[in-house]
Design a protein around this ligand. Structure first.
Ligand code: AVI
Length: 322
């Protein structure tokens, strides 16, 4: 697989986002996209196998069971791009179904180099596939993929795993609108969305008994130490999963176990944390089925079909650009 490299200013963006997020006087925060360096991506892969976290398996089950039905609804010829491919494992079923119909170009877009490499290893044995990875952010990758479009070729965008849930609701609609603007009418978007479930189920999923999600969250501090010369004492922070009823989301925070001061030279910042003060690192929004059609319409799509898992409330939604 050929890989288009990450833009040269990636470290600078990380430093400046860390400076902005940790300088806030009210709620300190760090963008969740930085959870996924090589260590974070590997930990997320482990999370997807945990008994408490059914989201990835539901996504995979739906794609495996309904791959032919999904592919039948997509006009050809079509090229496929996936925003945040991860290991690519769950995408195999769709790609195999498509490759039985036509030779398929698959363009995974990922900010994690190791996840892209894993994705290529996972999928390269499929007959009639060519893979070209883009190591960059979603919209930049999608723009580059759109430039590869051949005359008459449709585009199928995969945005699986409920990554949309990691945007707050207005930002999610805005993001889908930006995706729509890059697409042509008739192009498709397969959107995975985690549905509402009980508080107990959510708290267990985001605070598993083995502590893998805690390690995934705390790794963000270690990453700042590794890449920005920070001096976080990781053991002085605790992982917290917290329900936000109003936002219909579950949040991850890092709680400072004591009053402390942290220096991050490459971000040119000194941070003071009070005892029990938290750094907000992720929100994971949950959806009601009917609201997905509304979100789609606001972003310029029509929701043509939905597939719902029978074990873990999760939906695959096929949206068509209007
Ligand atoms: C990638 N994303 C959809 C996951 C989620 O469930 O929000 C990330 C995650 N965070 C904690 N566990 C998994």
């Amino acid at each position: 697989m050929l890989v288009h490299p990450v833009p040269a200013n990636a470290t600078y963006d990380f430093a400046s986002d860390v400076r902005t997020g940790l300088s806030r006087g009210d709620q300190k925060e760090l963008p969740s996209k930085y959870l996924y360096d090589n260590v974070g991506s590997a930990l997320f892969e482990v999370i997807s196998h945990l008994p408490e976290y059914g989201l990835t398996r539901a996504d995979e089950r739906l794609l495996r069971r309904h791959a032919d039905d999904i592919v039948d609804r997509i006009p050809g010829p079509v090229a496929v791009t996936e925003l945040g491919s991860g290991s690519g494992k769950k995408t195999r079923w769709l790609l195999e179904a498509l490759c039985r119909r036509q030779h398929t170009s698959y363009y995974p877009v990922e900010i994690s180099r190791s996840a892209l490499a894993m994705c290529e290893r996972e999928l390269r044995d499929i007959d009639s596939i060519s893979i070209l990875g883009f190591e960059t952010e979603y919209l930049d990758g999608l723009l580059r993929v759109a430039a590869y479009r051949k005359p008459g070729q449709h585009l199928l965008v995969l945005f699986l795993g409920s990554t949309i849930g990691n945007f707050d609701r207005p930002a999610g609609v805005q993001f889908l609108g930006e995706v729509r603007r890059i697409l042509d009418p008739g192009d498709s978007l397969l959107l995975g969305t985690d549905l509402e479930k009980s508080t107990a189920q959510l708290l267990a999923a985001y605070n598993d008994e083995l502590g893998v999600t805690a390690a995934f969250n705390l790794n963000l501090l270690s990453r700042i130490n590794r890449e920005l010369e920070g001096n976080f004492e990781v053991s002085q922070f605790a992982h917290v999963a917290r329900i936000n009823q109003q936002a219909r989301s579950i949040e991850m925070h890092l709680r400072s176990r004591r009053r402390q001061q942290v220096t991050i030279p490459a971000a040119e910042i000194e941070v003071e944390l009070e005892e029990n003060e938290t750094i907000w690192t992720e929100s994971s929004h949950k959806y009601r089925l009917p609201e997905i059609g509304d979100i789609a319409r606001h972003a310029g799509f029509q929701c043509m079909a939905q597939w719902i898992d029978d074990e873990w409330p999760f939906a695959e939604n096929l949206l068509v650009a209007q």
